[in-house]
Write a protein that binds this ligand. Sequence first.
Ligand SMILES: Cc1cc2nc3c(=O)[nH]c(=O)nc-3n(C[C@H](O)[C@H](O)[C@H](O)COP(=O)(O)OP(=O)(O)OC[C@H]3O[C@@H](n4cnc5c(N)ncnc54)[C@H](O)[C@@H]3O)c2cc1C
Length: 402
Amino acid sequence: MLAAEISKAQEDTEAGDDFSARIGSAVAVAAKFADAVDEGARFPREAFDELKAQRLLGILLPKRFGGEDRNVAEAAQVCYALGRVCSSSAMIYAMHAANVACVMIHAGNSEKFPYYLRRIGEEQMLIASSTTEGKNGANVRSSASAIIASDGGVSLDRDASVVSYGASADAIVTTARRSPDSLPSDQVLALFFKEDYTLERTSKWNVMGMRGTCSEGFHLLAKGELEQVLPEAYDKIHRRSMVPVTHLLWAACWAGVAAGAVERAQNFTRKISRAQKGALPPGAPFATQASLALMQLINLVDSSIADYLGRAEEPDTLDEISFQTSLNLLKVSASEIAISTVMHAFNACGIAGYRSDGEFSVSRPLRDILSSSVMINNNRILSNVASSCLIGGVPDSIVKPR
Ligand SMILES: Cc1cc2nc3c(=O)[nH]c(=O)nc-3n(C[C@H](O)[C@H](O)[C@H](O)COP(=O)(O)OP(=O)(O)OC[C@H]3O[C@@H](n4cnc5c(N)ncnc54)[C@H](O)[C@@H]3O)c2cc1C
């Protein structure tokens, strides 16, 4: 079914410039190499060559910067479509797109940023991010290394302990302390291009799932122009763009991974049922539960995207505690629902799902989706939002204003 959709999409691409056909073309390549990427724990080079060829890496940027003026819902669609076939490609795309959104939205009146953004769009650059530092884990609102201003430029020396696709990226967006005298929470966001930095590998990425994200550790040494540090304080970027866009796109990616597993469960159930002259296999209720959980997940992501897009028109509303809490909790609940969706799919497929090979194997999606609970640990988020949940109470209305 998916293969037919993909080849149809490839035909559409040849016929004209259709967004979903361009996505389909990248999905087809990602699907072809997904097992090899997982087995080799290697960067999905072929998928990203195709995403670049289809000019899908800069879609969020304005047209004048080589982009397409598309919104987060459209970027989420790319994440979802990729997630169905190759979780690592989807997650890399999600992280990249969130980085593009942050620098684009918060470039302000910087004189040089239009030039940087044009480079990103026209050259279809892939942008990695470094927020995890040293042994600090995902405490994103605290930085140890500082931006040092000297000779009219800036430099940074950072223990970037997890940087997905760092070795394959064209640029890195990183948090840092504003200056050596600043507090750890007084942070900025800086953009460094490949020619601005060196990366010395400090750890490997030998993990259970999401193996193609190649989230290795590096010693990052960077030098650049003063203007490569975004003018806006990071706490505002964090609230208004980093957390919302990142969580929305991660959730879209996990929904895609879950959908890929549900497709396998449905196909398995259909096949057994056909072989048994219409009698459903004992695991069929799990396939139904997998479909139900996927519907819940998609509704959750869809309504959260709508909420974000509405508020992005009036950015002050992004600061409201209720929105911040809901976007933080979106990460936790999308992760939990996605994991249980894949588990239902696994139970529907039984031994065929437990196998590491075969068309009904749920091994790769299951290993990949487990990353969702530790990629900024759900426990950490739950404890961070505990107080704001108490302040917010419960909503007065069942229908959200749109
Ligand atoms: C696939 C993948 C890709 C990634 N890519 C990148 C990347 O490109 N760039 C990047 O910078 N990072 C990346 N990371 C790292 C990620 O951002 C987190 O740093 C990492 O997942 C660790 O998160 P953690 O510290 O919350 O969780 P853990 O290391 O699991 O934390 C351990 C435990 O400590 C608890 N804990 C610790 N401190 C606190 C606290 N202050 N409050 C509450 N609880 C606390 C948590 O509850 C948790 O249970 C990636 C991670 C994954 C899985």
